[in-house]
Design a protein around this ligand. Structure first.
Ligand SMILES: Cc1cc2nc3c(=O)[nH]c(=O)nc-3n(C[C@H](O)[C@H](O)[C@H](O)COP(=O)(O)OP(=O)(O)OC[C@H]3O[C@@H](n4cnc5c(N)ncnc54)[C@H](O)[C@@H]3O)c2cc1C
Length: 461
């Protein structure tokens, strides 16, 4: 039997593509390697409690009435209603460059405009011109790499402000060192500063359950524990896939959401040239006893910080670069019900190679994970107040953990430095969606899956 539409990967791009297709034709099958869907945006259980892996905050918040906003377009394309999720907006977030400046921002763009006017008055005009440019700029036109940093320098005559604006956009969506592609910058600027951050009510599992229930109700199929080991092709056309178990599944059309190099490898093709390293991260989740940490900020949702003289976003020489990072306080979204649990999560840049070397000795690897959690706690405590006494549980995941659970090469959350923006891979019935198509984050990856189905699949069936 031949499946009309096969999708490799049950992450958010695969799920969104599958739902979009299933609205018109239920003959779609997702093959997911892991025993659980969600990919980078998933969850795990420890001590009978659920911990989220990917979600700090969803970008691209939009009010229901803003029908053209990416969030509302996405919901319409998937035939999902806002009522199926409760959206909670960030309270406010902050960019802190130690000893230099801080900038607060919220889902009201006026807040960051006022902050810049007050703290960087000499940059105010340039910032307004930048925003006007971004409103008229189409970031989806396919173009060669253009440096966002060089572009920003033309508008903003202060390196500190350039770095402060780039810091959150890079941490939430740059696959390359020290810079971003201008198109990617424009997408992320809109996603984070112009639109803003929110999260769904409940947990990531609840969010994924809504998507999966909806997909199944439309008639779509999912197989978990189904790792694709080979993509079968003849004469520029895909015939199907072979699973790690040896089973062959034939298809008319294939969408891969697992990454460009990972897909080329399944095709038996050489990797793309890579002139910039993949970027890895470590993330530590600290679970806290709220009564023991009364001083944690209640008015900050995400804090992006840099403690060094110059901000660097690059693969570190050591296992972890603690000089910068992201702090997420997931309880600080407006309107969340009070919880007996509190968490604080940290993200820092990390070196896959260093962790791989450490993993040659399991004890050394685990000891380094412990040291990473301790060091991260100290760095965070200097910003949020000391929460050491309140920690009841913590877990650290490294680039190796991410690679192990999502098969993302080198655990690079944002994938290959080079993106295939049109998703075309040189076979007329194979397409790429997700991270390596250049749409990053939760909303980006979901829109990517939907757009590939709209452009390439719906007309065929
Ligand atoms: C720590 C962390 C924090 C994050 N924070 C945020 C945030 O705050 N906001 C935000 O918007 N985004 C965040 N993200 C990013 C976001 O989760 C991802 O951008 C998004 O989920 C990517 O979805 P995807 O479908 O493109 O890829 P993936 O999630 O990688 O999905 C690919 C799927 O393919 C499967 N797969 C791989 N190989 C095979 C194979 N051979 N056969 C079958 N299946 C296979 C994988 O198991 C995976 O499920 C974060 C990610 C992490 C890890």
């Amino acid at each position: 039997m031949k499946i009309p539409f096969l999708i490799i990967g049950g992450g958010l791009s695969g799920l969104a593509a599958a739902i979009r297709f299933a609205r018109f034709n239920p003959e779609v099958l997702i093959l997911e390697k892991h025993h659980r869907i969600g990919g980078l945006n998933s969850y795990f259980f420890r001590n009978n409690q659920l911990f989220e892996t990917g979600l700090h905050a969803i970008t691209n918040y939009a009010a229901a009435k803003d029908r053209r906003a990416p969030l509302n377009r996405l919901l319409r394309q998937l035939k999902l209603s806002r009522d199926q999720f409760q959206f909670h907006q960030q309270i406010q977030s902050e960019i802190i460059f130690k000893g230099c400046a801080s900038l607060s921002f919220s889902n009201d763009f006026a807040m960051i405009e006022e902050e810049i006017a007050r703290k960087f008055p000499h940059c105010q005009d340039g910032f307004h011109r930048l925003v006007a440019f971004l409103h008229s700029f189409d970031p989806f036109t396919i173009a060669p790499f253009r440096s966002a940093r060089q572009f920003l320098n033309r508008y903003i005559p202060d390196r500190l402000l350039v770095d402060m604006l780039l810091c959150p956009l890079m941490f939430y969506g740059s696959s390359i060192e020290e810079d971003m592609d201008l198109g990617q910058f424009a997408i992320m600027f809109r996603a984070i500063f112009l639109e803003g951050l929110f999260r769904p009510g409940g947990t990531v599992k609840d969010f994924l359950d809504v998507l999966l229930t909806h997909y199944r109700a439309l008639g779509g199929s999912l197989r978990t524990g189904a790792e694709v080991s080979t993509i079968l092709h003849t004469g520029g056309r895909i015939d199907g896939v072979v699973l790690a178990t040896g089973e062959t599944i034939l298809c008319d059309c294939l969408l891969s959401t697992i990454g460009i190099e990972e897909t080329l490898s399944l095709l038996g093709r050489p990797p793309l040239p890579q002139n910039s390293p993949r970027l890895g991260f470590v993330e530590t989740i600290f679970q806290l006893q709220p009564a023991l940490c009364p001083q944690l900020p209640e008015d900050r949702t995400i804090i992006f910080f840099n403690n060094s003289a110059t901000f660097h976003y690059k693969k570190p020489d050591t296992a972890v670069d603690f000089t910068s990072g992201v702090i997420c306080l997931p309880q600080n979204f407006a309107g969340l019900p009070p919880s007996t649990r509190q968490e604080i999560r940290s993200t820092h840049l990390a070196s896959y190679d260093a962790w791989k070397e450490l993993a040659r000795d399991r004890h050394e690897y685990l000891a380094e994970k412990g040291k990473t959690a301790d060091h991260s706690r100290e760095v965070l405590s200097a910003i949020t107040g000391d929460f050491s006494r309140a920690i009841v549980y913590h877990d650290t995941f490294t680039p190796l953990t991410i690679e192990r659970y999502t098969a993302k090469k080198e655990g690079a959350i944002y994938g290959h430095p080079q993106k295939i923006k049109d998703g075309v891979l040189g076979c007329d019935n194979l397409f790429l969606a997700g991270t390596d198509q250049g749409f990053l984050g939760i909303i980006g990856s979901m829109l990517s899956g939907v757009s590939m189905v709209n452009q390439h699949m719906l007309a065929r069936f």
